[in-house]
Design a protein around this ligand. Structure first.
Ligand SMILES: Nc1ncnc2c1ncn2[C@@H]1O[C@H](COP(=O)(O)OP(=O)(O)OP(=O)(O)O)[C@@H](O)[C@H]1O
Ligand SMILES: [Mg+2]
Length: 437
């Protein structure tokens, strides 16, 4: 495996962009209006759900018709100065030089609005007014109040989720090129899971199929627990209400948070979830032990100890709680500052990894972290040790690879745990968690 399939099969021509034919047509017409010197509008705003081909369409058009893309990521937009340096200059440059065609791509423009980066937005408005080259903006949600002026300046092009048939067809083409045999049922299930998001369908396909000539329905099981969006609240409910260590631990599968962050969530929520003082005391005791292990892991880079820390902080807590609280107790968000101070290294790891992914995949670091990092981690955790080619592609360091393996390895164990419906008797569970006492 040398590359992510989403990149390998990113459309190289407009004709390869599947679905949303009217949006594709509107975009092409807008670009053509530039070519005849009478742009309909100075900017186009391509918006809609993730993974449907918005960025791909802009890239494919540029490639096919010979445009150089000047890409500005929302995260680059700290201030007006920087914006001008990147976007302003190139829009003038193109008008002076004239020979090479340029397209400015402002991906994930909604990220700018979200960050209250007013300077960035007003600079963008100015640039749209002055530009001599097409400005293509992409967003998932363009309806933020702060984007209103920009919406007015732009040709709004909506993209919708792709339908199942379109996704199946595309997956089938990829399977043919990768020379893997996958049944219609499997493809259909993958398409269903993706909810119209082709990027995640392709990533799921690669996760189950990489290195196998034949993919069966059984191979899909590995995806079962990696729900697309696993919310921490859901996981907490799972942990606090679980009846066995194994099922509590399985709550973390598919949750895109590092163990230390999860630890904080559990710690901060324990007092409201465990109402009996004796039980709470015992839970705190167990969490203190988990904390000791986590500290040791971080200090000595002993990732393998994670297999003790996680059962302690999840299962350990769930088994000591014998008295459920009266009525539903809301889970609360841990004070942010605590998170920030405690988990700097972990965050830095993720941040660096996300930045590397973002730079290769035309994504913001935020999206790389949220949507792609778990997949990459999953694949790398299972990568052939002698090759590490995907790691090479992203230029990860050995430590980063280790981190990914620790965070995303051993899914199989988790899956089996989830499937295990039988609850173990409390006695046995206690023995498991009490290994440090
Ligand atoms: N319409 C499509 N046609 C062909 N491939 C697609 C399409 N949509 C998505 N893909 C595949 O998924 C990957 C991601 O697509 P893309 O980056 O265009 O999504 P997006 O709509 O910009 O999503 P986001 O809003 O998350 O940025 C592409 O590299 C490609 O492999
Ligand atoms: Mg995009």
């Amino acid at each position: 495996m040398t590359q992510l399939w989403t990149e390998r099969y990113r459309p190289k021509k407009v004709g390869e962009v599947v679905g949303n034919p009217e949006s594709v047509k509107a975009f092409v017409e807008w670009m053509k209006s530039w070519e005849i010197g009478k742009p309909i509008k100075k900017a186009a705003l391509l918006y809609g759900p993730a993974g449907v081909g918005k960025t791909s369409l802009a890239l494919a058009y540029a490639k096919e018709y010979g445009y150089d893309i000047v890409e500005v990521n929302a995260s680059d937009w700290r201030n007006e100065e920087k914006m001008k340096a990147v976007v302003g200059e190139s829009s003038h440059y193109a008008s002076l030089e004239g020979s090479s065609k340029k397209m400015i791509l402002v991906d994930e423009v909604d990220g700018v609005a979200g960050r209250e980066d007013a300077g960035g937005l007003s600079a963008l408005r100015k640039i749209i007014n002055e530009t001599r080259v097409p400005i293509v903006m992409v967003a998932n949600n363009p309806w933020d109040q702060r984007l209103a002026p920009i919406r007015e300046q732009s040709l709004m092009i909506e993209f919708k989720r792709l339908n199942k048939t379109t996704i199946i067809k595309r997956l089938k083409e990829i399977c043919e090129k990768e020379k893997i045999s996958v049944s219609e049922t499997v493809l259909s299930k993958l398409a269903e899971r993706s909810e119209g998001d082709l990027r995640s369908a392709i990533m799921d396909l690669q996760a189950v199929a990489a290195g196998k000539p034949v993919v069966t329905e059984k191979d899909l099981e590995v995806l079962g627990v990696r729900n697309r969006v696993r919310e921490i609240f859901e996981a907490l409910r799972y942990i606090f209400y679980a009846k066995s260590v194994r099922s509590a631990r399985a709550a973390l599968e598919g949750l895109d948070l590092d163990p230390e962050t999860i630890y904080t969530w559990i710690l901060d929520n324990a007092p409201t979830q465990i109402t009996e003082p004796d039980e709470l005391a015992e839970a705190m005791n167990i969490l203190a032990k988990a904390d000791m292990v986590l500290v040791r892991i971080n200090k000595l880079q002993m990732w393998r100890l994670m297999k003790y820390a996680i059962p302690l902080m999840t299962g350990g807590v769930s088994v000591v709680r014998k008295t459920p609280p009266k009525g539903f107790q809301k889970f609360t968000f841990p004070p942010k500052i605590r998170l920030m101070q405690q988990f700097k290294t972990e965050r830095e790891f993720r941040q660096n990894i996300s930045l590397k992914i973002a730079s290769k995949l035309h994504l913001s670091a935020y999206k790389a972290n949220k949507d792609v990092l778990p997949y990459v981690g999953f694949i790398i955790a299972r990568e052939d040790k002698s090759r590490h080619s995907l790691s090479q592609y992203f230029e990860f360091t050995n430590e980063e690879i280790e981190y990914l393996k620790r965070a995303y390895g051993e899914v199989k164990e988790g899956r089996e745990a989830v499937e295990e419906k039988k609850e173990k008797p409390v006695q046995q569970k206690k023995k498991k968690t009490g290994f440090l006492s």
